[in-house]
Design a binder for this molecule. Structure first.
Ligand SMILES: [Cu+2]
Length: 175
């Protein structure tokens, strides 16, 4: 039968290994706590250049190309007194506090306008018009062309995300 003795130096090595293991476990626990509570950072508003173009979809000039439009635009037709244009894009998303530099392009010869609750810009035919708008409040703002023949079809919406929601989303993404 073999016998062995535990030397004092072996005990000392085992004890120091245990101390190191405990320190490692503590470090892991602490780093876990830090990841769970990142320092919140406020959203910093930015300037965004957004180009919006008016696009003819179903207009009187197309009647020879699309014969059904003759009936649509005639008296009693579904588009009597109207023409269908769109803003491209028709949904614009920014964040509360952002400054928008709109570049408004009207490529054809009919006059349009770009109207938000506190901004109204005329868009003459075949011109580019610039306008600046600060998205002060979070929410969903409708925008339209104010030419009666283009309503209610020629419209869109400006989605203004809350700055606080954006800050929370950025903090979550950084985790
Ligand atoms: Cu219009």
């Amino acid at each position: 039968m073999r016998s062995f003795t535990i030397s004092a130096s072996w005990i000392a090595r085992a004890a120091s290994a245990l101390v190191a293991l405990a320190a490692f476990a503590t470090a892991l626990a602490c780093s876990g706590d830090r990841a769970a509570t990142p320092a919140p950072r406020a959203y910093v508003p930015v300037s965004r250049t957004i180009t919006v173009t008016t696009v003819p979809l179903l207009v009187k000039e197309q009647q020879n190309l699309l014969p059904f439009l003759k009936e649509d635009f005639a008296k009693g037709g579904v588009l009597e007194g109207k023409e269908v244009y769109a803003f491209s894009p028709s949904t614009i998303t920014v964040v509360e506090g952002d400054t928008i530099h709109f570049v408004l392009i009207n490529p054809e010869d009919d006059v349009h306008s770009f109207v938000l609750p506190d901004l109204a810009v005329s868009m003459p035919g075949q011109t580019t018009t610039k306008a600046t708008y600060v998205a002060k409040r979070a929410g969903i703002e409708p925008f339209v062309c104010a030419v009666q023949a283009h309503l209610p079809m020629m419209s869109g919406q400006l989605v203004v995300l809350p700055a606080s929601a954006m800050a929370s989303a950025m903090a979550a993404a950084a985790r």
